[in-house]
Write a protein that binds this ligand. Structure first.
Ligand code: G4P
Length: 531
């Protein structure tokens, strides 16, 4: 093995790139903060929370984020823990999330699911799980807020199994709940951690007891000790045993219980996470599978963000490295446009700051500055022509028609929308009939962002009018004659997207279903690979 191959192997094996998925308010921000605290990336509790309010205060649409108190954009945070290099990709958690949320999940190797113990599985958790399932992403679960009264632990597991369709294997078990919450038993490490509500921002664990039969436990917990022993017996008999293989295949989720705000159960979960979660995995391209251990560099862009720094007016393309080693100043080929580019100012995202990157490996995310030449889905490599797959567009669920305030700005509008569509900020459709621009989004908040960016970046004053549409599907057929007939008959419902692909826009799900039934040999896609 060459020295480079060895270096790559060592680095890839210690990388863990993951995202947190949850319904708003389940505790994702709080948990993120505690993870960063353990990783030494921040030193004070409250940092992430305040970041939620002040970060990127320079750009208008981020102001919107502040006003609404939600996190619209996705950031990447890197920290070290116990010899591992952890990349945490933050996924926007508001109900009004956008395609970015989905795409971030295509750049991770595993996910952490946070559930509120009082609420169980909620709507957005389901959507995000669907995306994880598309790629069999391994998922670890943290059931949060055990310091409050919530659902019975066994009911929570059943809820996850029923609603998310994934087997649950508890690796820890709560002792009591709410005011009576006494701690957790680690089924995995066979240790008891006793809770004290004074952990706050500090990172130490509570009292640790090694044996569940230790009489000290009865002294400390009273009847709760017996309840715990009974629960464990029950689980031993009827519970699902943990299997690393099933976890890695995405069919079983190991479950932890705790309280993020009290910093309880977090370290236990993090220790297990770095040990069990997969290191960067091979990625599919149109021609072959690329192993993260290969020596030749390759990477794929999964997200583009504009105006992170207003002073520069540039955009940052987030690239996930898929193989090889990135070194500052190296020349890589941008395959879609067939050009070699020298990357000298890539950025890596630390918890508080952005810093220049000297080197990076598979699983790392680097930010490339660009002025609109990079699109989502673009592949970069040293030489070999590759095209990574699996970065989809998702059929929009909300639609608006764009109206210009000044007709003189038609050209700017066209340019703005084309670029914003390439960036993946919104989907732009041109109906076959008429000369309109229909915007489609997965979350309605995207629309506000677009109007404000059109004004800011393209000096275009536009407004929306509602449009009677509620579903879109990309359409395709190998039967040319049939496809021509379909296009002729449904001409008034068809449109092209920004890349020229044909899509059907329907005013109701009922009509969509009806058309799909009428045309069984036409394929209707809810996702489309980025070209
Ligand atoms: P999110 O990013 O998933 O939206 O959730 P976030 O961490 O912001 O947490 C949502 C609320 O739940 C916050 O309360 C937070 O303090 C609380 N929380 C998080 N973890 C726990 C926990 O383990 N136990 C309890 N009891 N509460 C928890 P908030 O009142 O909305 O905000 P704040 O005033 O505390 O900042």
């Amino acid at each position: 093995m060459s020295a480079l191959a060895r270096e790559i192997r060592q680095n890839v094996e210690k990388r863990r790139t993951f995202g947190i998925i949850s319904h708003p308010d389940a505790g994702k921000t709080t948990l993120t903060e505690k993870l960063l605290l353990f990783g030494g990336a921040i030193t004070m509790a409250g940092t992430v929370k305040s970041r939620k309010a002040t970060r990127h205060a320079t750009s208008d649409w981020m102001k919107m984020e502040q006003e609404r108190g939600i996190s619209v954009t996705t950031s990447v945070m890197k920290f070290e823990y116990s010899g591992y290099d952890v990349n945490l990709l933050d996924t926007p958690g508001h109900e009004d999330f956008s395609e970015d949320t989905y795409r971030v999940l295509t750049a991770v190797d595993s996910a952490l699911l946070v559930i509120d113990s009082a609420k169980g599985v909620e709507a957005q958790t389901k959507k995000l799980m669907d995306v994880c399932r598309m790629r069999n992403t391994p998922i670890m679960t943290f059931i949060n807020k055990l310091d409050r009264d919530g659902l019975d632990p066994l009911d929570l597991l059943a809820d996850i199994e029923d609603h998310l369709g994934i087997e649950c294997a508890p690796l820890s078990w709560p002792i009591g709940m709410g005011k009576g919450f006494k701690g957790t038993y680690s089924i995995y490490k066979k240790k008891i951690h006793l809770f004290s509500a004074t952990h706050g921002g500090r990172i130490q664990q509570g009292v640790v007891i090694d044996d569940v039969n230790d009489p000290k436990l009865d002294e400390m917990l009273g009847l709760a000790a017996q309840d715990l022993r009974r629960d464990l017996e029950l689980l031993e008999g009827a519970g699902t045993p943990f299997s690393v293989e099933r976890y890695l295949a995405g069919t079983q989720t190991p479950v932890f219980f705790g309280s993020a705000i009290n910093n309880f159960g977090v370290q236990e979960m993090l220790d297990t996470f770095v040990e069990l979660a997969p290191c960067p995995r091979p990625r599919a391209t149109l021609t072959r599978e690329v192993s993260p251990f290969e020596e030749e560099f390759s990477g794929v862009v999964f997200k583009i963000q504009a105006n992170m720094d207003k002073a520069h007016r540039d955009r940052i393309a987030f690239m996930r490295i898929c193989s090889g080693k990135y070194e500052k100043g190296m020349k890589i080929r941008h395959h879609r446009i067939g050009k070699d580019v020298q990357i000298s100012n890539a950025t890596i995202f630390m918890a508080q700051d952005r810093t220049g990157v000297e080197e990076a490996f598979a699983g790392d995310i680097i930010g490339l500055h660009n002025h609109g030449t990079i699109k989502i889905g673009d592949t970069f490599s040293l030489k070999e022509e590759l095209k990574f797959t699996g970065i989809p567009s998702f059929a929009p669920e909300h639609f608006r028609k764009v109206i210009l305030k000044s007709p003189l700005k038609t050209k700017q509008l066209q340019k703005g929308l084309q670029q914003l569509a390439e960036e993946g900020a919104v989907q732009v459709f041109r109906p076959m009939l008429g000369n309109e621009y229909i915007l489609g989004a997965v979350g309605v908040l995207q629309f506000d962002v677009i109007i404000s960016r059109l004004k800011d970046e393209y000096a275009v004053d536009a407004i929306y009018t509602p449009v009677n549409l509620s579903a879109a599907r990309w359409v395709q057929s190998d039967d040319k004659a049939l496809f021509e007939r379909f296009q002729k008959e449904l001409y008034s419902s068809l449109a092209t997207d920004s890349e020229g692909n044909l899509a059907l826009l329907a005013d109701s799900s009922w009509r969509l279903e009806y058309i799909m039934e009428q045309w069984p040999d036409i394929t209707f896609h809810t996702t489309r690979e980025k070209n």
